[in-house]
Design a protein around this ligand. Structure first.
Ligand code: SF4
Length: 318
């Protein structure tokens, strides 16, 4: 019988395989900011960053981490009969604080039935001291650690344009450090930044594959009101690609991406009320379905063009 090929590796299936059942992410909202907003690295932040950061589904950050975890877990446990959880430090830059404060927050998240902590941060906010502490948590409590790193683009010039405050160099340094601890890494990319083209998409897939990244979250650029990008958009200074072009970019990215990398997301999402532009006024899942339908129709799969690692020029002697 012909083996059914998977289009791309899906995170929910990966989690089920790893933990033997469905695992639920519990968002944790810390009262933190970002060195790219408070003047440490830059003022104002990335040109698309809104006041809420990424975590608009969170509980208030005036609640302690322990309270947020308990409240959310008890709700999700009842609603879905859930038994295993991932504590997800999602909003802004969750390692940007004194080490002792970081330790306190992380320890509070290590409660019963938490199997993993996922900590979202910037590549320039990773250091050995913070990773040493997380390693201790992993060893003592048996909780897996994933670090989510925003990269957004591999293109130096684009990163300057979006006022990212770091470039690929810091990302590679962060990845190398994290990998020494055997934690997993999730990289975030925006595939339709107005200054990037298909070559940047291919290069980003190649770089993440060469670095042995574990997970990827792809985002489509959404434009929030009252941001620098929002003002540029209103003045007609930025042009966005079409939905069809975004679909093509995702397929291209997946073709070049290593088949071992697991996709956590193919497209971003944000509340409509705060945005000037979001996903071409289409539900995120319709665009995901369109990507999957196109791949199935064309019979293209993740990793098909991942032939550039491990000395490809030597293959002619094999
Ligand atoms: S790194 Fe994240 S939180 Fe910081 S300014 Fe950029 S988008 Fe906002």
């Amino acid at each position: 019988m012909e083996e059914r090929k998977i289009l791309y590796r899906v995170y929910s299936e990966y989690l089920k395989e790893k933990y033997g059942e469905k695992v639920y992410k519990i968002p944790i909202n810390l009262p933190v900011t970002c060195p790219n907003r408070d003047g440490n690295i830059a003022y104002g932040g990335c040109i698309y960053c809104g006041e809420e950061g990424a975590g608009y589904e969170n509980l208030s950050n005036t609640l302690s981490v322990g309270q947020q975890m308990k409240e959310n877990i008890s709700y999700i446990r009842k609603k879905y009969k859930a038994q295993k959880f991932i504590g997800y430090f999602q909003n802004f830059t969750n390692t940007y604080m004194p080490l002792e404060t970081f330790k306190r927050h992380v320890k509070e998240a290590c409660i019963e039935d938490v199997v993993e902590l996922s900590i979202s941060t910037r590549p320039d906010c990773i250091s050995n001291e913070y990773l040493d502490f997380l390693y201790k948590i992993k060893e003592e409590k048996g909780i897996n650690i994933t670090i989510e790193l925003g990269l957004q683009s591999v293109n130096y010039h684009t990163l300057v344009k979006i006022n990212r405050g770091h470039t690929l160099g810091e990302f590679i340094d962060g990845v190398n450090r994290i990998k020494k601890y055997d934690f997993q890494i999730c990289a975030h990319l925006i595939l339709n930044l107005p200054w990037d083209n298909e070559l940047d998409v291919i290069e980003s897939a190649k770089i993440l594959s060469a670095l042995n990244i574990d997970f990827v979250k792809l985002h489509s650029l959404y434009i929030e009101k009252n941001t620098v990008l929002g003002h540029q958009y209103e003045k007609g200074e930025v042009q966005l690609i079409t939905k069809e072009e975004y679909v093509e970019r995702v397929i291209l990215f997946l073709e070049y991406l290593s088949p071992s990398i697991v996709m956590q997301r193919l497209i971003g999402r944000a509340p409509e009320e705060t945005t000037l532009f979001m996903n071409w006024n289409t539900s995120w899942w319709k665009i995901r379905d369109q990507i999957e339908e196109e791949m199935a129709k064309r019979k293209v799969y993740q990793g098909e063009k991942c032939n550039y690692l491990n000395g490809p020029a030597l293959k002619k002697f094999a």
